[in-house]
Design a protein around this ligand. Sequence first.
Ligand code: DGL
Length: 291
Amino acid sequence: MSTDNRPIGIFDSGLGGLTVARAVAAALPHESILYVGDTQRCPYGTRSEDEVRSFVLQVGEWLARQDVKVMVIACNTATAAGLALAQQTFDVPVIGVIVPGARAAIHSTRSRKVGVLATELTVRSGAYTRAIQDFDAGVEVYGCPASCFVELVEGELAAGQHDSTRWLSGADVFDSPEVRELVDTTIAPLKGHGIDTVVLGCTHFPLLVGPIRAALGTGVRVVSSAEEITRELAEMLERRGELADADVVPAHHFATTSPNLEGFACAGRFIFGRDLGEVRHITLEELEHLG
Ligand code: DGL
């Protein structure tokens, strides 16, 4: 059986994709990860599709030049805007988080009414509705734009005063009366439709799962794509004979477009649950020359 010790490339607009990287590292302990957070240009969710598409091509090209064996677009917004183009452009396989998120929703719903909490761009693109209805055309999908949650999460992380053991053990982290009020108001349009499942259609949102659950009330399950995409990735690598050797000690590397490397390392350690080591800076000029 062949193996492949090259890293898995994972990319997000910022820190949110580390929720996916953490699930990948936990499920595939021999795989090395090369993570890029385009923090300097975050948020993506309030930009145009064309702009986000060009960012996907730039970061994708950067990852391709680092010789990754597969690219995971751990950002729903970038997946909605640029997955197809990335797949057409790069020689390595590229997978995104929307189909796994849709699959998680389909496995969960009984009422066949699903809510999608995502950025404005992701909701506007209709990508979740298409992906969910490709699995089951009878499911009704209600999109709810919540780009304000991205800024909330990045802001709370930048403030850096939260207890990562609470997050890593699955407890609420960013919970205050102000957070609850913002979450309550934002998700109000999802109420009253008989929705029994809400997909966290943005990789930043697992950090707000406590207040989101509280606002939705009991009887509504909250799902995300992290575990589902990890399963997909594991199966794909296994079938292609591209899993890393079982005796490999993985080396994870992290890069960001933010000049604040220390801030990225600190917030990243919080989400990823381990020290990120030395974070590499990628300048926007470097990326703009690639795309
Ligand atoms: N984390 C990204 C996602 O999954 C979006 C955050 C942003 O707006 O940049 O959609």
